[in-house]
Unconditional design. Sequence first.
Length: 494
Amino acid sequence: MSAQNRLIIEVDKESNTISRHIYGHFSEHLGRCIYGGYWVGEDSPTPNTRGIRNDVVEALKEIEIPNLRWPGGCFADEYHWMDGIGPRDKRPKMINTHWGGVVEDNSFGTHEFLDLCEQLGAEPYISANVGSGTVEEMSKWVEYVTFDGESPMANLRRQNGRNKPWKVRFWGIGNESWGCGGNMEPDYYANLFRHYATFARNYGDNRVYKIACGANGGDYNWTETVMRQAGRHMHGLSLHYYTVPKDWNDKGSATSFDEAEYFTTIQKTLYMDELITRHGAIMDRFDPQKRVGLIIDEWGTWYNVEPGTNPGFLYQQNSLRDAIVAGINLNIFNNHSDRVQMANLAQTVNVLQSVILTDGEKMLRTPTYWVYYLYKAHQDATRLPVSLTCNKYRLGNREIDAVSVSASKDRNGKIHVTLVNADPNNEQQISAQLIGAAVKRVTGQLLTSAKINDYNTFDHPDKVKVTNFKGASLKNGNLSVVLPTKSVVMLELE
Ligand code: AHR
């Protein structure tokens, strides 16, 4: 047992709301995310509703998925939405050049995606094609989806079976325009964003929330230039950062890694805090009121694909390490939620840091899924400022903070505290003071497992799962917690 960690939670301090959209997800036409992951077709033996698998929808509803970003990713900048509407057997096919060179038959298009979002009760976030599309194409997509009156696009939508428009607030204008989305310079992109954004119209009461392509990791010049030249035309600016344990040529295995590689993974994921702080400081100069949201619409772990699987499909397993990564990042987003308005984990089902894996008719919830289950209490709750003095997790001459935390108060006055102990060797004893609250009861839930690389399989889908937590107690209003090694804990106080 290491020395005590000290935590102060300021329940009496005015703060901001933690947007539920921080708990968003991202699904691309990539590998088995859309096809097999959600879409099985109406004639499939897998139970489905209008072609969308029921088990996946049910599982995502349990974690109250607030939004879903689609159709990419890199795929978005070569997707032509008109290929994905109308009778399925008449839709043209294309090659998915980014992801495995497979044939995309466009059977999952705009109507199917928006049906999926309605089944999930999630808000759609559509990424429009700037890289190989046109302003006209994007503008017509917004009209097709959101216009209620008489117009060529609204009439085409009706002809395709949808009378009423959908509500789609979130529109991304270009994805990774500095890379797969066109290899642009920031000032060129900033002008292009202004041009496209002008023609993303508000129809009726649908207010378009325009999200500009933001930086790749620590490219602060991108944020500076785009904010300076286009900041006042946008509502959100994205940021992409992936946690890659080794390097892009050999990223490391999802399940076979030693403690040194585990340590590096956690160290690299903690960099998210610095990224948000530094990009946020640049945004503060141009937007001191914090009107423009920082939208971390791609994040998560990226490993080598599972042996024997298509390298272009990005299929990876998901272990307790991923749950620790998720818990840390979501705490970081909560603590920066005065600027971070949305985040989207890449990529929901069967791709990268998935919350769900499928194999034919089988489905499992990954350790990362259970972190979203524990943290859902933070959605749209009031952030509570926290200050933590914590022990270090040391390996050789390297050290990082062992504990991560965030806290919120929901509309019923319940306080939720989420804690992560990244240290696989030492429990953490935490002494917490709640300023401005007289709490009488604490309950908790715990996610951990015997080994840091434990994961769920289709034969053993519940190896890593949530259990009741008995390690928290209250004495004279003060909270004591013993966090097990390598664990994620959610406490509820009332
Ligand atoms: O999530 C996989 C890919 O990562 C996305 O398509 C792209 O935007 C990013 O480089």
